[in-house]
Design a binder for this molecule. Sequence first.
Ligand SMILES: Cc1cc2nc3c(=O)[nH]c(=O)nc-3n(C[C@H](O)[C@H](O)[C@H](O)COP(=O)(O)OP(=O)(O)OC[C@H]3O[C@@H](n4cnc5c(N)ncnc54)[C@H](O)[C@@H]3O)c2cc1C
Length: 229
Amino acid sequence: MGLVEGEATLIGWREVGPGVRHFVFEAPAPLEFLPGQFVSFSGEIGGRKVTRAYSFAAPPAGERFELCLNRVEGGPFSSYLFTLEAGARVPMKAPYGAFTWREPASDSLLIATGTGIAPFLAMLPPRLAKDTVNRYTLLFGARHFLYREELERLARGHENFRLLPTLTRPPAGWTGLTGHVQAHLADLAGSRRDWIVYLCGLKAMVDDVRRILKEWGFDRRQIVYEKYD
Ligand SMILES: Cc1cc2nc3c(=O)[nH]c(=O)nc-3n(C[C@H](O)[C@H](O)[C@H](O)COP(=O)(O)OP(=O)(O)OC[C@H]3O[C@@H](n4cnc5c(N)ncnc54)[C@H](O)[C@@H]3O)c2cc1C
């Protein structure tokens, strides 16, 4: 799997939630990556070179790659990316990262918060297309239900995939889970200690969930994680 280095061209973007955008880019050469990996973007901002990582938010598709990003208040690179329009070029290197499916496949609990959903958007479709045996549960915590249509479609199409969104700002009439992911862990895990758990999001959530799982007796090799900060 070779490293692709050069400039990515922005094809377009769409809003997927307040302050959250889904970007489509084109790499200078076909990009081979394992779902769950990321691209490293760089740029010069205020006279300084800034480099940031972004998880691929869709399975590999030739030169095309997709990202899910939120604009961080006061954050230099995310703010810069939010000013870009189609045709803009961004220096890139990819792929990197080890947040990928562990083999052999097994029943898995996936936990994402906010834009931490990105790698799962790349990982789940190809995995569910070939694995109808193991069970995959996605606990997805966010202010707003990002990618609702795509995720609900995936859940409808695969009975071994269970989607559990938990919202911290639920809309009127919401009957699903609310609050932080941590609040639902005990109910979800019950007495199960055989899962592989995949975690993606900010450090505070990832560290907290890892601590809880370890207290319950999960081995560290059963916990695979990506921290965004
Ligand atoms: C392996 C990896 C993959 C990543 N994938 C993504 C991704 O797919 N989408 C994405 O939006 N970000 C992702 N990030 C975070 C991203 O690299 C940047 O840190 C983020 O865009 C903020 O950059 P900034 O320069 O604007 O602000 P910075 O100055 O770098 O960060 C400012 C603050 O923002 C917080 N922060 C960082 N990322 C986020 C976030 N996503 N949401 C809320 N707060 C955040 C940090 O805690 C930090 O304190 C990833 C990070 C890593 C290490």
